[in-house]
Design a protein around this ligand. Structure first.
Ligand code: PLP
Length: 369
């Protein structure tokens, strides 16, 4: 099935399952006998309402989300939530302060945005390098915080939390943009979870927010009406026109995950994929170097250097060029860290990983001194 398409290892917007794109293509001009595209449906009509309801139902099924958690399909991306979260939740307690666990660029950005709306307590001293996650025994949590924010998977640096932080009853808020539904998780441990869709959940344009209902209704008076969670909960994510087509694509992705065994099956498959890549790296005698300490390695994004810790620019360029010739694209690392980055979201197939791994081994053979 890859004979015509390239293998897209992008960090986001990322690869979508071929079946999802084919389904969307098939009904592009005529959705379910309506005679029009999903893009042309009224967001308040029965046909779109069904799309929205089915997406919510599938999400609740996939993660066993209880009814006291509200599901919102919003706009503005992860960055929009960096602002919406403090605007909605700082006021949960009189001190108007929040704890931020900064383990990479994205959680750092979330924290600096939050400073506009209240007091931000940095739980960790500023890290020299984002290649590990300091042990919770060293964290400086504030017992009067309105909430604790962290990013579960730092997309650029490739560190991932493999446990849920303990916050002694203070609402835990999590940016799951780059690992949502890559494995099951217990939503009841969280106050709020959010994720932009463009990595594991669909295409850009819709941002998923799952929020516990007792946290709703505390918005800053200056919070824009459309960004107030209460407004959106009361209007079923339709206070303003929702990103209808992106919600539709997310619905197709959720159906695809269900058909393929659900969140646990995604986890098992992702573990196989990651094992095969890390084995190749770890058995390369230092030809390939993954800078992240083993216990914090992300299963979704693998930053990588070739030819030592600092990387060898010309070898890395050669690797990217040859990979491109062989149909593998978007393997370049983020400009802030350099090197390479392999992203292995749900839609990447096992045989695609095997193809990459074989190329890595061949490349090493041909280029190792
Ligand atoms: N959070 C994480 C973990 C991300 O990887 C990204 C984007 O790559 C964002 C937030 C920002 O998302 P957006 O571009 O949708 O604002």
């Amino acid at each position: 099935s890859n004979s015509k398409r390239v293998i897209n290892f992008a960090a986001g917007p990322a690869k979508l399952p071929a079946g999802v794109l084919e389904a969307a293509q098939k009904e592009l001009l005529d959705h379910a006998g309506t005679g029009v595209s999903v893009m042309e449906l009224s967001h308040r009509g029965a046909d779109f309402t069904k799309i929205l309801h089915n997406a919510e139902r599938d999400l609740r099924d996939l993660l066993s989300i209880p009814s006291n958690y509200k599901i919102l399909f919003l706009q503005g991306g992860g960055n929009g939530q960096f602002a919406s979260i403090p605007m909605n939740l700082m006021g949960l307690r009189d001190a108007h302060s929040a704890d931020y666990i900064v383990t990479g660029c994205w959680s750092a950005k979330a924290a600096s945005e939050a400073e506009k709306y209240g007091k931000v307590n940095y739980v960790l001293p500023k890290l020299h390098k984002y290649t590990e996650i300091p042990h919770p025994s060293t964290w400086n949590l504030n017992p009067n915080a309105s909430y604790v924010h962290y990013c579960c998977n730092e997309t650029i640096h490739g560190t991932e939390f493999h446990y849920i932080p303990e916050t002694n009853g203070i609402p835990l808020v999590c940016d799951m943009s780059s690992n949502f539904l890559s494995r099951p998780f217990d939503i009841t441990k969280y106050g709020l979870v959010y994720a932009g869709a463009q990595k594991n959940l669909g295409c850009a344009g819709v941002t998923l927010v799952i929020v516990r209902e007792d946290l709703i209704g505390f918005a800053n008076p200056l919070c824009p009406t459309t960004m107030d969670y209460r407004t959106q909960v009361n209007s079923n994510s339709m206070y303003n026109t929702p990103p209808c087509y992106s919600i539709y694509i997310m619905g197709l992705v959720l159906e695809w995950i269900k058909k393929n065994g659900g969140a646990k099956a995604m986890e098992d498959r992702n573990n196989l994929k990651i094992l095969s890549v890390y084995e190749t790296i770890d058995n390369s005698d230092g030809f390939y170097v993954a800078p992240v300490k083993e216990e914090f390695r992300s299963r979704m994004n693998i930053p990588l250097r070739i030819g030592g810790m600092e990387g060898n620019d010309s070898l890395e360029k050669k690797f990217l060029d040859q990979a491109h010739q062989m149909g593998m694209i978007q393997l370049k690392g983020h400009r802030s860290v350099g090197g390479l980055r392999i992203s292995l979201y749900n839609a990447i197939e096992l045989d695609e990983v095997e193809y990459l791994v074989q190329f890595m081994k061949d490349f090493q053979q041909a280029n190792q001194k």
